[in-house]
Every structure is written in structure tokens, then in C-alpha cells.
Design a protein around this ligand. Structure first.
Ligand code: AMP
Length: 613
């Protein structure tokens, strides 16, 4: 992810860059050494400035700012607990409900509630905190890879559509908010925020034009590129796929020094024309590389000075590691940071480590962090058990940042400057080590998520409801669904959801393919807004597939799970599978396959907001 340090006024000399890096690293030393003191101060600051907000007053915190009273008085909550407050703010109530600072906008999380993106209130000053976290990344990286100030970063960055709440506040994803902010747009010159993509190409709302122009600029400056990336691995692979589809057109533009007529955004055209010059030699070179049968190592072939790929490959994104390795010829895959709409959390202080070993050091100044211990049931379908609601004792048992234990898994709970108090983020983390007194965490998973291709997060309940809606199409044929499971298939680009269905056929009427296609579409229509946006807008998710499997397949699956040690009594069909031999078993027994014939419906904003624009 890109970063925008804000304190350089002129092109930096080596000396001042070195000094700046040193200061940043010292900052990390200081806050991690004094993690507990910093956390105490952060909580005091949040609680004292918000002492009079309705949420804290009604719970009787009475202006207390110490941890003990806070933990005794304030409940540990989920989104649904504060949704009524959020709705009031969204509907235009400007009284200090959660925060004494005015809510500047809502950040729309890829986590959903009731099928719609969760709305995270934020305040203006949080942009400064996000910028600070970004500013830590390159000084850390430069300790391991020298000379990164001597070239550019080719990052594929995009904005997404925004909506207005009925009360008039903007609602948009956190990165859209950040790229549109002056912190990013007007960042002073800095060798570390020197990207091949001009701001205009990143800020172009049309995703095709944005991708095309960013790719064109990246190709034109191919020798200057020292690092490449996107936010998530899925986004970077999408860019490579785009190149695979459009390289001829891109080469034509490079050959002639003109931009394809499909790029109609005037500001994008002007920005690209400052970079694009007729270069037949470069066009020949790209054509020669792209027309080879194999695209193995295409990154290093087209951008020969690239030192690493900067994308998140932790959590569900780890499914993309083999594809990235293939395209990059095994360049280091670097995960630099861990963040969310609620709050930016931390950085990876050892960025060249293997993806499986990535750990993030939570930066103690970002928010007040607490940790709820979780237990893992290690069966074949290893599930994680976290209590849904907490009793008083459990609420007080949450541990502080410096008190977590090595090797233990926890759910992250945050209290933020924007007005979330003891809020369960939903991520499960494992303590992997310590930087001074601050723990470093492996990202384990997001609670309850069964399927994920891009930023979509589908949980078991959503999947179950969607399937329930779809099977109605089978009723006229006397067929019912005996068993099902699902799989996030990322061997296709874009990846797509696969549902394995075993049917009980009671009637004699054959079921036409169109009925299964209707089932696919009904499932898609029933899934949450982030999934449907990925299908419709970003095209980051391919059409959903139903594979009908032979009768008896799920018995075989159970036999297999039991042979691996699952208990017969407790065996439940997993609603999602990941383990390759199980996927192979299911595929080997598939008798037919159907795809969703079109995209589901999707509109920006929540469905209950009438002004969907
Ligand atoms: P959002 O609220 O849409 O910004 O999504 C934030 C969520 O994305 C986090 O709570 C995590 O579940 C996930 N996420 C963010 N950064 C990382 C990372 N570095 N590794 C794994 N998952 C991440």
C-alpha cells in the first residue's frame, strides 16, 4: 500500500531522507518500548475528550478515563449493538452521540450487516493517523532493500463509488476517502511516494479507464519501476489479467504516442500525455514478451528492476500466493500493513519474511487495543470458537496490548478516536513475538467468513439463506437439496464461488439447465452488497457456479473426514471446503456444472437509502 509522509517540502537529498528514516524508526522504537504507557495515554485522551458524548454518558462512565473503570463500565460490543446510533448519525443527527468531534464521513467496511456494508463513523483527524501509519512503511522497508528512493512504485490503486446517507454524509470505502484527501493528492514530493500512476488515473471513477491508464503509465516507465503492487493480492492479479487482455491496445498507444479513444476522461488523458511518448522500440519489446506462450515471470520480464511485490497475501489472500509466484518468478511478496475501516492497526517490521510468517506490530498510538482470548477446535474443519455475547466477567477479562501471551490467539477489540468503544473488529490474531513491549501478530482469519475472493466476506448464515432462496426453483421438479458445500475457486481469474449440490430427486421431470442457472443467479442476488459490487462494478468476482454431484458424494466426504480423525458423532458437513483432496473428491464426482447467466443487481449505498447516487 502506498504511503504519504507529509513533512518533505522539496526533493529530498540523501541526507535528509536518511535522517527522516532514522526519526521514523526511532518513533517505532519509542512507542513499542513504551507500549503500555502510550496505550494508557491513548485511552485517557479518547475518554476525556469524549466524556460528554451520549454513548459514554448513558452507560455511566461519568468522565472516568482509567482502564479499570472503563473495563468495568463499558460493554464489549459488535456492530449490531451500535447500529441504532449509527443509523441516527446517518439520518442527520449531529449531536455528539459517539464522538465529540463532528463525524466527517462514513467509511463503508467490506464487513456487512444485514447484507449491507457496515458504516464506520470517522472524524477528520483520523486521516492524519492513517497518514502516519503509511509514513512508517518505507523507512522500515528501506532497512532491507536499499535504493528504493532511486525509482518508482507501480501500484494499481482505485477509488470506488460513494453514496450519501439520508442525512447528507458521504459514505465510501476508507481507501477512496484517503486517495481523495489532500493528504494523498497534495502529498509533497517524496521519493517514496513517487508512483508511476498519476493521481488523475487513480482518481478516475471509471474502473476500465483507471486500470488502462495506470497500466499504460506503468509500461512507459518500466525501467524506473523498483516495486510493484496493489492493496490486496487479488487486485494485483486482476491487473495482470487486464494486461493479458489488452496488451495489443496498450502497445499501439506506446508505438504511436496516442491514447486509445476509449479513454475519454479528459484529466486522465492530459496526465497520461505528460508521460506517453511514441516509443516503437518499447512497444516491440512488450509485444514480444506478451505474445510468448508462457506468462511465467511476466513481471520481471516487463519491469526488470522490480525488487518485490507489495500486496497483502495474509488471511484469505494467501490463496493467491502460487499465482503471484508464477507471474513474478518468485520475487519477495511483501505484506506491509494491517488496517481496516475502523482503524489502521499496524505494520510488518520484517517485510522480507515469508508470507506464512508475516506478523504485524500494532502501533500503540493508533487506538486503544484489547484482546479477547479465543479457543480453536482443531478438527478437520478447524473452527474457531469465540463467545457471541460476553457476560460481565468475560468483559473484564479482556487483556491489554502488553499482556497478551506468545502463541495465544485473540480476537481484536478496539477503542478508537472516532467513537468506537470496545468494538469487536472480528479478526482473530495470534501472538508471534514482540517488538520491545509491543506484540506482533499473525493474522489468522476473520471470524465466520467462509467464502472470499476479493474484499467480499460471505459468512455461513448468508450462504445458507442464499441457498435456501435458490432451492425454491427446484420444488416444481420434485427435487430437494440433500447436502451442499462451497469452495472459493481462485484457479480462474477472477475467482468465483462454487457450490457443490447433492440432490434428492423424487420426481421424474428432468431439471432443465436454465433452472440451475436461475438457482445460481438467485444465490448471487441473495448475497451481500460487497459480493454483488465485486460482480457488477469491479468485475473482481466471476459468475457463481453450481456443480451437481453424484448421489452419495457427501457420504464419501464424511468417510474421508472421519478417516482423517473427525468424530463420527460430531461430524457436520462443512459448508465450505478448502482442503485440496476434499475439493478433488467433490470435483471427481461432479456430473454437471452451471453458471450464473448474468450479474446480480447492485446499487451504491444502502438499499434503504432512497438517494442511491
Ligand atoms: P475493511 O473494513 O473493508 O477495510 O476491511 C478490513 C479487514 O480486512 C480487516 O479487519 C481484516 O479482516 C482484513 N485485512 C486488512 N489488512 C489485512 C492484512 N494485512 N492481512 C489480512 N487481512 C487483512
Amino acid at each position: 500500500m502506498p504511503e504519504a509522509p507529509k513533512n518533505t517540502l522539496k526533493p529530498t537529498t540523501d541526507y535528509s531522507l536518511e535522517l527522516k528514516n532514522k526519526k521514523t524508526l526511532q518513533f517505532i522504537e519509542d512507542v513499542t518500548s513504551n507500549a503500555d504507557e502510550v496505550q494508557k495515554k491513548v485511552l485517557e485522551e479518547i475518554l476525556s475528550r469524549n466524556a460528554h458524548v451520549e454513548y459514554l454518558q448513558t452507560r455511566g462512565l461519568n468522565g472516568h478515563t482509567d482502564r479499570e473503570t472503563f473495563k468495568k463500565t463499558m460493554p464489549v460490543i459488535t456492530y449490531e449493538d451500535i447500529q441504532p446510533h449509527i443509523d441516527r448519525i446517518a439520518n442527520g443527527d449531529t449531536s455528539p452521540i459517539l464522538s465529540s468531534n463532528p463525524i466527517s464521513e462514513f467509511l463503508t467496511s467490506s464487513g456487512t450487516s444485514g447484507g449491507e456494508r457496515k458504516l464506520m463513523p470517522t472524524i477528520e483527524e483520523e486521516l492524519g493517523r492513517r497518514s502516519l501509519l503509511y509514513s512508517l512503511l518505507m523507512p522500515v522497508m528501506s532497512q532491507f532493500v536499499p535504493g528504493l528512493d532511486e525509482g518508482k512504485g507501480m501500484y494499481f490503486l482505485f477509488i470506488k463509488s460513494e453514496a450519501k446517507t439520508p442525512g447528507g454524509l458521504v459514505a465510501r470505502p476508507v481507501l477512496t476517502s484517503y486517495y481523495k484527501s489532500t493528504h494523498f493528492k497534495n502529498r509533497p514530493y517524496d521519493p517514496y511516494t513517487n508512483y508511476t500512476s498519476p493521481n488523475e488515473t487513480i482518481l478516475c471513477p471509471d474502473s476500465y479507464q483507471s486500470m488502462y491508464s495506470q497500466m499504460l503509465c506503468g509500461l512507459c516507465q518500466h525501467k524506473e519501476v523498483l516495486r510493484v503492487g496493489a492493496v490486496f493480492a487479488s487486485g494485483f492479479i486482476r491487473a495482470i489479467k487486464f494486461l493479458e487482455k489488452h496488451w495489443r491496445l496498450l502497445c499501439k498507444d506506446i508505438r504511436t504516442g496516442t491514447i486509445d479513444s476509449q479513454i475519454t476522461d479528459q484529466s486522465v488523458r492530459e496526465a497520461v500525455m505528460k508521460i506517453l511518448k511514441p516509443d516503437p522500440k518499447l512497444a516491440d519489446f512488450i509485444e514480444a514478451e506478451c505474445s510468448k506462450d508462457s506468462w511465467q515471470g511476466i513481471i520481471t520480464r516487463l519491469w526488470p528492476n522490480t525488487k518485490y511485490v507489495d500486496v497483502i497475501v495474509t488471511g484469505t489472500m494467501s490463496q493467491y500466493i502460487p499465482t503471484l509466484d508464477y507471474y513474478s518468478n518468485g520475487l519477495p511478496l511483501v505484506c506491509t500493513m494491517y488496517a481496516s475501516s475502523e482503524c489502521y492497526f499496524g505494520v510488518n517490521l520484517n517485510p522480507l519474511c515469508k508470507p506464512s510468517e508475516v506478523s504485524y506490530t500494532l502501533v500503540p498510538t493508533m487506538a486503544y487495543f484489547e484482546f479477547l482470548r479465543v479457543q480453536r477446535n482443531n478438527g478437520v474443519t478447524s473452527s474457531i470458537s469465540v463467545p457471541k455475547t460476553l457476560n460481565e466477567k468475560e468483559q473484564q477479562e479482556l487483556v491489554d496490548l502488553v499482556d497478551v501471551k506468545l502463541g495465544q490467539e485473540y480476537e481484536l477489540v478496539v477503542t478508537t478516536y472516532s467513537g468506537l468503544y470496545r468494538y469487536r473488529v472480528g479478526d482473530v490474531l495470534r501472538v508471534a513475538g514482540f517488538k520491545n513491549n509491543a506484540p506482533q501478530f499473525n493474522f489468522i482469519c476473520r471470524k465466520n467468513v467462509v467464502l472470499c475472493i476479493d474484499s467480499d466476506k460471505t459468512d455461513e448464515v448468508e450462504l445458507q439463506n442464499a441457498v435456501k432462496n435458490a432451492v425454491n426453483h427446484l420444488l416444481p421438479f420434485g427435487a430437494t437439496l440433500a447436502e451442499y458445500t462451497s469452495y472459493a475457486d481462485t484457479t480462474t481469474i477472477p475467482g468465483h464461488y462454487v457450490l457443490y449440490w447433492e440432490l434428492s430427486l423424487n420426481g421424474n421431470t428432468p431439471i432443465p439447465p436454465s433452472v440451475f442457472e436461475d438457482c445460481c443467479l438467485t444465490i448471487e442476488e441473495s448475497l451481500n452488497s460487497v459480493y454483488r459490487q465485486g460482480r457488477v462494478c469491479d468485475k473482481s468476482i466471476g459468475p457463481l457456479e453450481i456443480k451437481v454431484v453424484e448421489p452419495g458424494t457427501f457420504d464419501k466426504l464424511m468417510d474421508y473426514a472421519i478417516s482423517l480423525g473427525a468424530s463420527i458423532n460430531q461430524y457436520k458437513t462443512p459448508r465450505c471446503v478448502k482442503f485440496a483432496p476434499i475439493v478433488e473428491l467433490l470435483n471427481s464426482r461432479a456430473v454437471s456444472s452451471y453458471f450464473s447467466p448474468k450479474c446480480p443487481k447492485w446499487f451504491p449505498g444502502h438499499k434503504q437509502w432512497s438517494n442511491n447516487n
